[in-house]
Write a protein that binds this ligand. Structure first.
Ligand code: CA
Length: 754
């Protein structure tokens, strides 16, 4: 049903009130109910018209919004009611032409069949200009294949705006939003990206998880003149660049970065302005600030608090460049101006960072003035890697002596801080008012961004918010309870013997624990796996004894496995006070087996005992393409015993040479390994194999009668510490640098060899 002429009728009704408007234009508002009606409407559209999509679900709708409005009379594509037009299935939106406006749509429960969900172009030559997308939602609109690459928003053309949109839950590979500068028609574009809510983006575990990228290295000597302001970046954790700036002349102003891993990286391009931004790390791992590379970058009046990031991911990083750098390496920092920034309880400021044989061009003609550094930490927050005489320091203040404390213009003054009404910390001492950010800096609030009518996600633990259900050891009761459970629930198992005949599929976060401890509950199972974690699932197991004795006599059983094939939603596996015994009916029986294109945010094993196992405890080596992809961000094992394990405790593999990730991380402490890794099928030949892991900490363990722990450093700046362990009839740990001729950086100390 169409309402062509609807606006004309309204004009009649409003005729007396708006004579001028009606007299100058017969704007039409056309309500369309289906795709055929949309096609008809768009083919007849005139400047000033609005096409209204009827409320409801629009499935498999590739919207080509190609038309030409005028500055006075844009053409609008709107929802009948904002938020009640939901585009699902294989759908997308392409804008082409001038003065177009799109508003009120929700993209959910689907993915784009093309390379972008929203594209400001139809073809390479049909671009959108002077066009605007506002109050549009893209929520978990992901290609089901995790490694399939697409953008959610690709901006082309010139003078476009993207504002008050809500982008949440991108989980497959690909930058969330890209400003693409691939032709003359998209350079010097004066786009405006403002008041958007960039909602949580989970850790990708590979390259291509940036939230915003402007330009590419090939066009990085060109100006983009894009303004990015008043946006809220909420836990945008995809990879180590939150924003990857790869062009010149851009402005990043007034944005808030909340608990987001990574940095605003001035990767390529010069002459950019970064001002009035606020970073709240709250001490979360790898939260960073601003990384400065290239010439003429201006960093003014930015506030960084509680940023825990280090090295290239620090709160403020000024890089060394490469002399006569090729376009895709590192151009020297020249004429950088870094003034009136506040760095509060942020762990690391890095100057001349990345200094090495290649990156030998130190920062020059630069200035740091009127900045304020306040830290309650014991360590010196500054690290100076090379000659910084090319940075002129003037009128900076810090609360404790540092590597820069002897500089004449780096005053050290103890200070007390108070939080002002704008939520930011300032020194109480009014004599220090000129240092750091201005009093009137007003961080944008989350609710001022995105669409007011679309809820923003809260922070909560995966395993909370559900109910507790008692489960008795009767036949089928556990399987039935799992099927009946909801996200965040806990199943409490009464004492007794549980015999499980089917694979238990975990499709949401679920806790399974005993009422009376691991000795009270014994679970046997009869299939090749007891649990299969499926997309959306997470599992916590507490206080259970699980035996593999009744499993089929076949190779490659597991106690827990992930679903075969891609999982978009990162899972967690938490194990506490578990007894795992007799995974040995046949060979290669693992505790956990994962599939390619699956990713754990966290795998934890605490206070648990494992004995008589023919495979690996954690087999995390499914990503064997060497694309820099891996299977788990954190593996933490604490206070646990492993006895007679023929495979490795962990076979943790991240291959390739890409440097876009903070992880993987591995931590083993207070545990006992006896006879782990001696099986003939253990290809690693190691008790523990960590390959390409970025952070490895092995402390306070006893390892007996086992082959060596092997640590393979590939790329990045791996941090390996093996401290205070006892090795009995076990060779010393081996650390190998696979891509560097330099001596490895591992710290192996205070270990006892018997
Ligand atoms: Ca990257």
């Amino acid at each position: 049903m169409m309402f062509k002429g609807f606006a004309t009728m309204r004009c009649t009704a409003l005729f007396l009130l708006s004579l001028m408007w009606c007299g100058s234009l017969v704007a039409e508002q056309t309500l369309v109910q289906n795709q055929a009606e949309y096609q008809q409407a768009i083919s007849n559209v005139e400047p000033g018209d609005t096409i209204v999509l009827a409320n409801g679900i629009w499935k498999d709708f590739e919207i080509l919004f190609a038309a030409n409005g005028t500055e006075q009379h844009p053409i609008t594509l709107a929802a009948e009611t904002k938020g009640e037009v939901v585009i699902t299935g294989q759908s997308n939106l392409r804008l082409a032409g001038d003065y177009l406006v799109v508003t009120g749509l929700v993209f959910r429960d689907g993915h784009t069949p093309t390379s972008a969900v929203i594209s400001y172009r139809n073809t390479e030559t049909e671009l959108a200009n002077y066009s605007r997308v506002t109050e549009v939602i893209i929520d978990n609109f992901n290609n089901p294949e995790r490694t399939e690459t697409d953008y959610w928003v690709a901006m082309y053309g010139k003078h476009n705006r993207f504002d008050h949109n809500h982008l949440e839950g991108k989980r497959n590979t690909g930058v969330t939003m890209a400003v693409v500068l691939n032709s003359e028609a998209s350079l010097e574009n004066y786009h405006r990206i403002d008041h958007n809510y960039f909602g949580p983006r989970s850790i990708l575990g590979g390259n291509g998880g940036e939230t915003l990228r402007i330009g590419t290295s090939a066009y990085s000597l060109n100006n983009s003149f894009t303004t990015v302001e008043d946006n809220y970046f909420d836990r945008t954790d995809g990879e180590l660049e939150i924003i990857s700036n790869k062009s010149g002349g851009n402005i990043f102003r007034g944005n808030v970065f909340y608990e987001s891993r990574g940095t605003l990286t001035m990767r390529h391009g010069s002459g950019n302005l970064v001002e009035n931004n606020v970073f709240f790390g709250n001490g979360a791992d790898h939260t960073g600030g601003i990384r400065v590379i290239n010439g003429e970058q201006t960093i003014l009046n930015n506030y960084m608090e509680g940023l825990a990031g280090y090295r290239f991911g620090g709160a403020l990083v000024v890089m060394n460049g490469v002399p006569n750098s090729s376009i895709n390496r590192y151009h020297q920092v020249k004429n950088a101006l870094i003034e009136n920034n506040s760095l509060i309880n942020s762990d690391h400021v890095q100057l001349a960072a990345g200094s090495d044989l290649e990156r030998s061009a130190v920062p020059i003609d630069s200035r740091m003035a009127d900045n304020l550094f306040y830290s309650e930490a014991e360590h010196d927050i500054f690290t100076v890697y090379d000659d910084i005489s090319g940075i002129e320091f003037e009128n900076n203040v810090q609360n404790r002596a540092s590597a820069l404390g002897t500089e004449q213009h780096f005053m050290t003054k103890p200070m007390a801080m108070s939080r002002a009404s704008n939520g930011l910390l300032y020194p109480n001492d009014t004599a220090l008012a000129a240092f750091g950010v201005a009093r009137d800096l007003q961080p944008i609030q989350k609710q001022e961004t995105g669409a007011s009518w679309y809820p923003k996600p809260e922070v909560r633990s995966k395993f909370s918010g559900g109910v507790e259900t008692q489960v008795a050891p009767s036949q089928g009761a556990l399987a039935a309870a799992i099927r009946a459970s909801s996200a965040g629930d806990t199943l409490v198992l009464a004492a007794g013997q549980y015999s499980v005949q089917r694979i238990l599929e975990i499709t949401h976060p679920l806790t399974i624990r005993s009422v009376a401890g691991a000795d009270s509950v014994r679970i046997d199972y009869e299939r090749g796996a007891l649990f299969e974690i499926q997309d959306g699932g997470s599992l916590a197991l507490i206080g259970l004894t699980i035996s593999g004795e009744k499993t089929p006599d076949s190779t490659g059983n597991a106690l827990i496995r992930t679903q075969r094939g891609s999982m978009l939603i990162n899972y967690e596996l938490l194990v506490d006070s578990l007894n795992v015994i007799d995974l040995n009916v046949n060979n290669s029986f693992n505790f956990l087996t994962v599939s390619k294109s699956t990713f754990a945010d966290r795998i934890e094993i605490r206070n648990s005992n494992f004995a008589r196992i023919t495979g690996d405890i954690l087999k995390l080596d499914a990503e064997n393409d060497d694309f820099g992809i891996y299977n788990s961000e954190y593996v933490i094992i604490e206070n646990s015993h492993f006895d007679s394990v023929q495979g490795a405790l962990v076979n943790y593999y991240r291959g390739g040479t890409d440097e876009s990730t903070f992880g993987p991380h591995f931590e083993l402490s207070g545990s006992v390994l006896n006879d782990v890794g001696n099986g003939s099928r253990n290809k690693s030949g190691a008790a523990i194999l960590v390959h390409g892991v970025q952070v490895t900490t092995i402390t306070g363990n006893t390892v007996s009668n086992s082959p060596a722990i092997k640590v393979m450093h590939t790329v990045g700046e791996p941090v390996t510490q093996i401290l205070s362990n006892t090795f009995v009839a076990t060779p010393a740990p081996e650390v190998l640098e696979l891509n560097s001729a330099e001596v490895d950086t591992a710290i192996i100390q205070d270990n006892d060899y018997q």
